[in-house]
Design a protein around this ligand. Structure first.
Ligand code: AMP
Length: 215
């Protein structure tokens, strides 16, 4: 059983790296932002509660977030472990998490803010099937159209300059203390997120002493 947290600024590749790790090690990938986005898209009560906060790039209240994480992990479908992405995002969430779970490692993806802006502004996803693209190195075959289902490619509502500025400020202000909490327990491995995704994945595996990535 392996339990990991992945942290990193917006656009640092948390989703991509988590998916690669989860697929190979049979981990369940839990992305708190994805859970919220699913609820917004499906017009649930939770979606209505978080929609505006998310669109403005602000953080959702701790009680709501902790409830979502508790419910998700409470499903116990993670026989081989999990990798959680987008949580914890502040000191309170970190304390809450560490009260209930032992963590085997925290992966910290490092990316300079200038590169964050470039990457985030290039992100697109299909509004039909959810497939992710970016216009830097994973463009669709036909502009604006999903390769898989022909759906329309759109930007996340919070991938705009204003919301990104808020999210970056929050990240640096609130997430660094979380890293400090984890670092005291020596869980954290920091990895340069700038190289191609396969190289980043190999660096993560080496740092965590996991089987080599062969993709
Ligand atoms: P993400 O996909 O991780 O960038 O998350 C998208 C949005 O969901 C964030 O900007 C927040 O509004 C909300 N969110 C996700 N995770 C958390 C969290 N741990 N604490 C508070 N808000 C969160």
């Amino acid at each position: 059983m392996r339990k990991y947290v992945i942290m990193g600024v917006q656009g640092s590749g948390k989703g991509t790296q988590s998916t690669m790790l989860a697929a190979d090690l049979d981990l369940v990938h839990i992305a708190v932002g994805d859970i919220f986005r699913w609820n917004v898209q499906h017009h649930t009560k939770l979606g209505a509660q978080v929609r505006r906060t998310m669109a403005a790039g602000e953080l959702v209240g701790d009680d709501l977030v902790e409830g979502v994480v508790k419910d998700r992990l409470g499903q116990h479908d993670w026989n081989y472990g999990f990798i959680i992405d987008g949580f914890p995002r502040n000191e309170r969430q970190a304390e809450f998490f560490l009260e209930s779970y032992d963590i085997d490692g925290v992966i910290h993806l490092e990316l300079p803010d200038s590169e964050v802006r470039r990457r985030v502004m290039a992100r697109r996803h299909c509004d039909n099937c959810g497939m992710d693209y970016n216009l830097i190195d994973a463009s669709p075959r036909e502009e604006g159209k999903c390769d898989v289902c022909d759906g329309k490619l759109v930007q996340r509502e919070d991938d705009n300059a204003e919301a990104l500025a808020v999210r970056l400020r929050d990240y640096h202000g609130k997430t660094n203390p979380v890293l400090a909490i984890f670092s005291r327990k020596e869980y954290v491995v920091s990895v340069d997120a700038r190289p191609p995704k396969e190289q980043v994945q190999r660096a993560i595996r080496t740092a965590l002493k996991l089987p080599t990535y062969r993709g």
